[in-house]
Design a protein around this ligand. Structure first.
Ligand SMILES: [Zn+2]
Length: 352
């Protein structure tokens, strides 16, 4: 009985983690591992046990919660009318995100330009916003951190603000940029920051970026996808209350490719340093993981990178009752959780 409930809970829990965007399937090829100069031992090597905070426990600066909350409120505000894919509202949001990236200290990713325009479906146009933080070791490869900034716009005459989906991820993204530069620091690996357009219409922005990257994808050690990171509880949707019984309070969800390359473990240690438990597909046992992985792993912008063999780490607080509804408003986003996820990513990047 317990086994069956555990399987059920596993299927429900991870399926919930997956319901953020559309689904397709294709096999990723293995990607280059992270190579560190012998002079710089891997600080994580001796900290593999989940719950071992290790060096990750040092405090990490991040923009104040009221700054995060203000960015979410602006993106999800009435002026941007739900940032529909391919609309003028989406374009105005892109300009604002570019401004935030610039204020955070990033450089424009496209020879002095921030926007990467593209067309999709029947000639509709959108754009990605691309910023770069050049690392101190140019030979070490790079990390891509991404979050889609579009949402559904107006549906059946009603504006869908998309505060958690995905203004929260965008606020996390620009906060990570500011944190990586804080106090004159610079990460060892270059970090490419991408706010994707037209995700809701079918992952178009990330597919375009992956086909036209500003750094060669075979030098990308990982793609970190931030999608719906603003709820204080993991899996808060009422329909998943059964699974919630087995999911830790204040959890943060993570999923990575099969075998994962250690990214979930790295995220777990960083999460513990933030005092937040990590929830991953593997937590429910290999049988459940094997059963549900095909259902979940490609439901987000990380899919566009996985098909090019880039390892990914998808972070999310997952499903809630306001998903894709007009009620996904800024007042229901917890800036503290956005900041915690942002600091987790900063910790993982700094340890590379
Ligand atoms: Zn989303």
């Amino acid at each position: 009985m317990r086994w069956r409930r555990r399987v059920w809970a596993g299927v429900v829990a991870t399926h919930a983690l997956a319901c953020v965007a559309g689904c397709r399937d294709s096999g990723p090829a293995p990607a280059p591992a992270v190579t560190r100069p012998a002079s710089q031992p891997d600080p994580w090597a001796e900290h593999q046990a989940p719950g071992d905070a290790g060096p990750a426990a040092e405090p990490v600066w991040f923009p104040a919660e009221d700054v995060v909350a203000a960015q979410v409120a602006e993106l999800a505000g009435p002026a941007l009318r739900g940032r529909g894919s391919g609309t003028a509202d989406e374009r105005r949001a892109a300009d604002r995100v570019a401004q935030w990236m610039q204020e955070a200290g990033a450089e424009p990713g496209l020879s002095g330009r921030w926007l990467q325009p593209f067309t999709f479906e029947d000639g509709r146009t959108s754009q990605n916003v691309v910023g770069v933080i050049v690392g101190s070791d140019p030979a070490a490869g790079h990390v891509v951190v991404g979050a889609h900034y579009d949402h559904l716009g107006e549906v059946d005459g009603r504006i869908h603000p998309g505060a958690d989906d995905n203004a929260s991820g965008v606020a996390g993204l620009v906060g990570i940029a500011a944190a990586l530069f804080h106090a004159g620091q610079r990460p060892r690996l270059t970090v490419v920051l991408v706010a994707f357009g037209a995700e809701e219409a079918g992952l178009h922005g990330s597919a375009h970026y992956a086909a036209n990257p500003v750094r060669p994808l075979d030098r990308a050690v990982v793609m970190v996808n931030l999608d719906m990171i603003g709820r204080p509880e993991f899996l808060s949707a009422a329909e998943y209350r059964l699974a919630r019984l087995l999911v830790p309070a204040r959890g943060i969800g993570a999923i990575t490719a099969p075998g994962g390359g250690g990214w979930v473990e790295r995220a777990r240690v960083a999460a513990v340093a933030e005092g937040r438990p990590l929830v991953s597909a593997g937590d429910f046992g290999s049988t459940v993981e094997a059963a549900i992985r095909p259902l979940v792993e490609y439901r987000g912008d990380h899919r566009s990178f996985a098909v090019h063999g880039v390892p990914y780490l998808w972070l999310s607080t997952s499903m809630h009752d306001d998903y894709h509804r007009p009620s996904d408003t800024a007042d229901r986003v917890d800036p503290g959780t956005v900041a915690a996820v942002g600091r987790m990513v900063v910790r993982v990047i700094r340890a590379l």
